[in-house]
Design a protein around this ligand. Structure first.
Ligand code: 0RQ
Length: 496
């Protein structure tokens, strides 16, 4: 207890999750910690239980993905009016797609500044999972930082959920920095991945802390399947491409910092670096997955910066067993800094993200299934893509047993425009789009990335577009562009 709450003034604020839940009232906006890991658990479950049969509505703002104790429990009880900025929970996704939750799909780096600017209204309560509270009432986060510093600095009141299942050794891993004086900004003084620019805790006025709740509930860990043939092929194409860039003198021999998203493809790409000779790799990323531990163990890593540790069950065990070794290599920052366009562009980050579909001109849809239904959200993918030294999108060339082509005539929703996307890679091959005009891009994407089942149909669409309109800047058949999607909606299959 003494180690976890070091501030005498707030020791009398310790209460049960149920008592803390009673502070939350209808119409409030709550901002919680959580970025895959590190979200509060006991307090949200108590809120969901307390308001089970009452029709209250809350606005729920988070870092990014939060666990089922929050998104799932709140969605099932119908407690959410507005949800920002990212989610992956089945019940929350259903509530968004049946219209009962209003979801704002926002760039992750934009959210904290929009809160400080007042664009998203007032935060009534911040609910933050913590490892400990310092002598002055400051909060030491757990496995992620996300938007917690901004929720704490702007909220009227703070509920701290101290998670005793998290080791006290996490202290010192975080670097908390929040830009001041909106709307005027100073440069963010990161010039190397390893730079620490803030303090190792979330500054908090102890008078703001309304409740402290103890819990030992564990995060739901990510399930990584073993690297499959498709991910391995994508990874091989990408690593070969990056090595060729070094040979051509367009990437320094020491490499540049890498960013890679959540999921198996991202994990497979990083795992591919184990075989390579580079041993001073830096990662300036959002999430830190298992492959990073492998790279650290293989002595390949200089420094890793992210906003969240998102390890599998196995990865978590390894991390806890050697926490001091990993702590030396890893810095956890607020998502406003891990995803900051200024810093990403300065460091020359190579971004690798996943697409739902890509069109023949290189526009990317990362968020919508068949143009209408929300999958997860844009997350941090655009923070990195637009500002990257090289922006890369990876996707299998097909989905749903080859019934869907992930290379389409026109994307049914645009998240990343042709102007931002430099490289597209599937298990079929890689298209380097840099310096290519739209018509050159179309040839490259169809030839190198499309699945054989769809290649001829894509080429046929492209050629008929030119026949009809001439060699215009971006040939398209507007009355046909979404025919593949409508066919899929009707039959579950894009093929004729
Ligand atoms: O469906 O779940 O029913 O099996 O979409 O696809 O191939 O398993 O890939 O889990 O990496 O997700 C873009 C959604 C990819 C994710 C997206 C179906 C497919 C499967 C998932 P099932 P995969 P992933 C870092 C950066 C945006 C945010 C981002 C994402 C399911 O990567 O949310 O990049 N990205 N953040 O079958 C219909 C298609 C499809 C399709 C795939 N064309 N049509 N269904 N699927 N392509 C993270 C953060 O910001 C936190």
């Amino acid at each position: 207890f003494e180690e976890r709450i070091r501030c005498d003034r707030i020791k009398n604020k310790v209460m049960s999750a149920e008592e803390a839940a009673s502070l939350i009232k209808d119409g409030m906006t709550i901002g919680t910690s959580g970025f895959v890991t590190g979200g509060p658990k006991a307090v949200p479950l108590a809120i969901a239980e307390r308001y089970k049969n009452e029709k209250i509505k809350l606005n729920l703002y988070t870092g990014a993905i939060v666990g089922d104790e929050l998104d799932g429990a709140f969605a099932r009880e119908g407690l959410v009016d507005k949800r920002i900025p990212y989610q992956t929970n089945k019940d929350m996704r259903n509530a968004i797609n049946n219209g009962s939750v209003k979801f704002i799909d926002m760039h992750l780096s934009h959210m904290p500044q929009q809160i400080r600017y007042g664009f998203l209204g007032k935060i009534d309560f911040a609910i933050i999972e913590a490892t400990a509270i310092t002598e002055d009432g400051n909060i030491i986060p757990t496995m992620s930082v996300g938007n917690s510093p901004t929720f704490v600095s702007t909220a009227d009141k703070v509920i701290v959920e101290i998670n005793t299942s998290q080791p006290i050794e996490l202290e010192g891993m975080h670097d908390i920095y929040e830009p001041k004086d909106p709307p005027y900004r100073e440069p963010i003084p990161i010039t190397k991945v390893s730079d620490r620019i803030g303090v190792p805790y979330i500054p908090c006025d102890s008078d703001k802390i309304a409740a402290v709740v103890f819990s030992d509930m564990k995060d739901t860990t990510l399930q990584l399947t073993s690297i499959n043939e498709t991910s391995k092929k994508i990874s091989d194409y990408l690593i070969d491409f990056l090595q060729t860039e070094i040979k051509r003198g367009r990437l320094p021999k020491t490499f540049l910092p890498l960013q890679s998203g959540v999921g198996n493809v991202a994990n497979a790409v990083l795992a591919g670096f184990i075989e390579l000779k580079y041993n001073n790799l830096n990662l300036y990323s959002e999430v830190i997955q298992d492959a990073v531990l492998d790279l650290i163990d293989a002595d390949k890593i200089e420094k890793v910066s992210g906003t969240a540790l998102t390890l599998s069950e196995e990865g978590l065990k390894r991390f806890y067993a050697n926490i001091n070794k990993y702590k030396e290599k890893i810095i956890l920052r607020p998502q406003e800094i891990s995803n900051n366009p200024e810093v990403i562009r300065r460091l020359g980050v190579i971004s690798i993200n996943t697409a739902i579909e890509v069109d023949i001109y290189g526009n990317v849809n990362s968020t919508h299934i068949l143009g209408t239904k929300m999958m997860n959200g844009i997350g941090g993918s655009a923070d990195f893509t637009r500002n990257a030294y090289i922006s890369i999108f990876a996707t299998p060339s097909t989905a749903k047993d080859d019934n869907i082509s992930c290379i389409v005539p026109m994307v049914s929703h645009v998240d990343h425009t042709e102007h931002d996307v430099m490289v597209v890679v599937t298990e079929q091959g890689l298209a380097d789009l840099r310096g290519l005009s739209p018509k050159e891009r179309a040839m490259m994407i169809i030839k190198n990335c499309a699945h054989p089942d769809y290649k001829d149909a894509l080429m046929n669409y492209y050629e008929r577009s030119i026949k009809k309109h001439g060699a215009v800047q971006t040939p398209n058949l507007l009355d046909e562009a979404f025919l593949w999607h409508t066919r899929c909606l009707n039959t579950g299959n894009m093929k004729i």
